[in-house]
Design a protein around this ligand. Structure first.
Ligand SMILES: *Cc1c(COP(=O)(O)O)cnc(C)c1O
Length: 386
């Protein structure tokens, strides 16, 4: 099975995992007008649409600075570089995330150190972080996976005790809150992706780094512009990473809908929760009292088999035959990926993550999903469970 780049698009007569065409039907006219405005302005790189989105996004999150960039991956890379993390350093993160989170650690020359997750939230197991910290540890990258915030109080107190930085990977959690604070505003740096499938998605690539630290802001802006804060004077090896003017204009419009969309996701999650919780062999994702989750994915676990993915894969196949398309985020934990063979991890190192990879199934979740469709998802799933 290999999915094409538009894997979220719908198959005829199927309930898709995500359908961006429905969103476009609602906001299309506004988006077209905004794009038209950028096109006629002649400012295609930088300019007022980028500046104004950066300010709006910072205000929305409650941070002083937002730096637009090309992708969530670049945002994480820039965060590590701005913190001077490189060869000889270690960065702690989760093995149950999209590759980008760990990839950037390797890209700056540092070493990813994985810590197992908590099956109830799919996020880092806070009790296992302290023992992974060494003299070389420079940062922790907690991921607010599927839109569910990490326990940021616990992360910040471990980090503070050891004098290490916290970079929040908020790619899947734009608008989520931990104890009333938006994620990305709590750690030293917050990183966001505007990939189309994220809660705040562009019509192409985009990302942002946010912080309250002026020195980090200056470094990030310097690094994303070829290591230059003064034109044609280069003080470091940087990269070229820009949020396009067109994407910024589109994102500004979508930002005004984000709370409404996130609330729709929360309602859908509550519906799923109620309908699925009674089913035996299904474990629904848990939201703690301190979090305001925004459900980029609604990911259940099929617990009948923990040692292989056979049962889950079979249910997924049968669901598809009944017209319900689901996704597997993520089938292989990062510590067992070929690229990380050299780190020396083996099967059995992170038993919770390994088990979860065999059991997870992300069912349709997007703001425009109807209650009738949700019911069809649940009835079909019931049938497949036997
Ligand atoms: C999407 C994603 C990224 C990378 O974002 P891009 O914009 O695709 O580069 C990083 N981390 C997580 C957890 C993601 O889901």
């Amino acid at each position: 099975m290999y999915l094409n780049d538009n894997f979220w698009c719908e198959q005829v007569n199927h309930i898709p995992p995500l359908d961006l065409k429905r969103q476009y039907k609602i906001i299309g006219e506004q988006v077209s007008a905004a794009v038209q405005e950028v096109l006629t302005s002649g400012y295609y790189i930088g300019g007022s649409s980028v500046k104004s989105f950066e300010q709006q996004f910072a205000a929305y999150l409650g941070v002083s600075e937002c730096i637009g960039c090309n992708s969530g991956t670049d945002a994480l890379y820039l965060a590590l570089r701005a913190l001077d993390i490189g060869p000889g350093d270690e960065v702690i993160t989760t093995p149950f995330t999209f590759i980008a989170t760990a990839e950037v650690i390797t890209a700056v020359g540092a070493q990813p150190v994985f810590v197992d997750i908590d099956a109830a939230t799919f996020n880092l197991d806070i009790t296992k972080i302290a023992v992974a910290i060494t003299d070389k540890t420079k940062a922790i990258i907690p991921v607010h996976l599927f839109g569910q915030p990490m326990d940021m109080d616990a992360i910040m107190s471990v980090a503070q005790a050891h004098g290490i930085a916290v970079i929040e990977d908020c790619a899947q959690a734009t608008g989520a809150q931990w104890r009333g604070k938006k994620v990305g505003s709590i750690g030293h740096i917050g990183c966001f992706s505007f990939f189309p499938t994220k809660n705040l998605g562009a019509c192409g690539d985009g990302g942002a780094v946010v912080t309250n630290d002026d020195n980090l802001t200056a470094s990030i802006r310097m690094l994303k512009e070829h290591g230059s804060s003064q034109r044609y004077y280069h003080e470091a090896t940087g990269i070229n990473s820009r949020l396009d003017a067109i994407q910024a204009a589109i994102l500004a419009i979508k930002l005004s809908y984000l709370e409404q969309w996130n609330n729709a996701r929360r309602q859908l999650a509550a519906n799923y929760h109620q309908m699925l919780q009674p089913l035996s062999g299904v474990v629904v994702p848990q939201e703690t009292a301190s979090t305001h989750a925004v459900w980029n994915q609604y990911t259940i676990r099929l617990t009948k088999d923990s040692t292989s993915s056979k049962y889950r894969d079979q249910v997924r196949q049968q669901l598809q035959e009944k017209g319900v398309n689901s996704m597997i985020y993520y089938p292989i934990p990062l510590h067992l990926q070929p690229v990380y063979k050299t780190l020396g991890y083996q099967t059995g190192h992170f038993p919770v993550t390994e088990q979860v990879c065999n059991q997870v199934l992300s069912i349709p979740m997007f703001p425009e999903l109807s209650f009738e469709e949700q019911q069809q998802v649940v009835y079909s799933l019931k049938d497949c469970l036997g």
